[in-house]
Design a protein around this ligand. Sequence first.
Ligand SMILES: Cc1cc2nc3c(=O)[nH]c(=O)nc-3n(C[C@H](O)[C@H](O)[C@H](O)COP(=O)(O)OP(=O)(O)OC[C@H]3O[C@@H](n4cnc5c(N)ncnc54)[C@H](O)[C@@H]3O)c2cc1C
Length: 380
Amino acid sequence: MDLGFSPEQEAFRAELRGWFEANRWRAPVVPPYTDRGLRQHLDWEHTLFDAGYAAPGWPREVGGLGCDAWEQLIYDEEYARLGLPDRINKMGLVHGGPTVLAHGTAEQRDRWLPRILRCTDIWCQGFSEPEAGSDLAALRTTGRVEGDVLVVNGQKTWTTQGIIATTMFALVRTDPEAARHRGISFVVIDLDAPGVEVRPLRQLHGHPGFAEVFFTDVEVPLINVVGALGDGWRVARTSLQLERGTARGTHARLERSVDGLARAVRESGAEPGAVQRLGRLRAWTYAYTQAAYAATDLGADAAFSSMLKLTWSRTQTAIHEAHLAALGPAAEVVDSPDELTGMRRDYWHGRAAEIFAGSTEIQLSLVAEQGLGLPREPRA
Ligand SMILES: Cc1cc2nc3c(=O)[nH]c(=O)nc-3n(C[C@H](O)[C@H](O)[C@H](O)COP(=O)(O)OP(=O)(O)OC[C@H]3O[C@@H](n4cnc5c(N)ncnc54)[C@H](O)[C@@H]3O)c2cc1C
């Protein structure tokens, strides 16, 4: 068994590293929720697209780079190593687009994928509702079939990128009589359509990255349903699995965070316990990296995906807590009272990772049920 990278893989890494280093954005990255920030992110996306680097995992025939799982991992490692900007169309590139590739028609692929790739459309995910989060099948937004349209009514919430998105992939209940997981459809909604209202939500760290989205008699063409009408739960599972999956490049981001923590500990003079804490976090991060490699090699079943999600989100919080402790009172200094920056921002952003893509408590139950065969606990 050869555990090293092949010469071809090393050459691919060197090519990417050279290109990322030569082309990366050098000005400070501005969050994409202002005109300036959005322009900056779109410029970066267009630079990636022009070089053919926008969608490493998509097949070449739809404009991707056609990477296999290891090449994708190398791409993610090099991207994370330099701390390059978050991809603003991640929901389209990593979740929505691949779901359309897996379940959509040829016409849907032709219509949507090029626009995701070029960021002509920015996609967001409309699954959660005020009464449907962990228990997603409780969703109440309805889609009534009338001729060749679905008339959508209801509300989605916690919509990441909702304020800059043009398009939402959503779950709506199209058959209220069917059992909970049936009668749900996966549909792509144009957010400029009459009857859609997007209201920004400000997050704890100050950034208005979220939205709640209201639908009042919104007419969505039936040709926007992905998969069969009423079969949306099966389609959504692909998207949810992609979201939970190996959380692309997370191991490299954790390693970068531990390096940052080591610098902070060195600079601040270690307070009691800091060095041991750092050693422990380095060990956890190393173990997580090996698990991410195993998932790349063998694939990850549902229980393994949950273990990965659980481990990276908790490790990330532990690194941020240790970093705040190392910074001491300096961590409390903020540039603006309305918007947290630096490690305080990273900490709160990281805490959210223990909620999205399935909360810590839900992952713990899934590992026990699917990994150890324990009986399923009723979900709240
Ligand atoms: C940063 C961020 C980005 C997000 N982006 C999106 C997005 O783009 N699109 C989208 O659709 N959604 C998004 N979400 C929503 C996310 O999917 C939900 O927040 C998540 O599913 C939890 O649902 P909830 O908030 O309704 O909490 P609830 O489900 O009400 O849970 C509340 C608490 O109860 C616990 N709990 C619930 N059920 C159980 C159980 N059976 N056993 C033990 N404990 C339980 C949970 O762990 C949690 O601590 C995002 C969330 C965050 C934080």
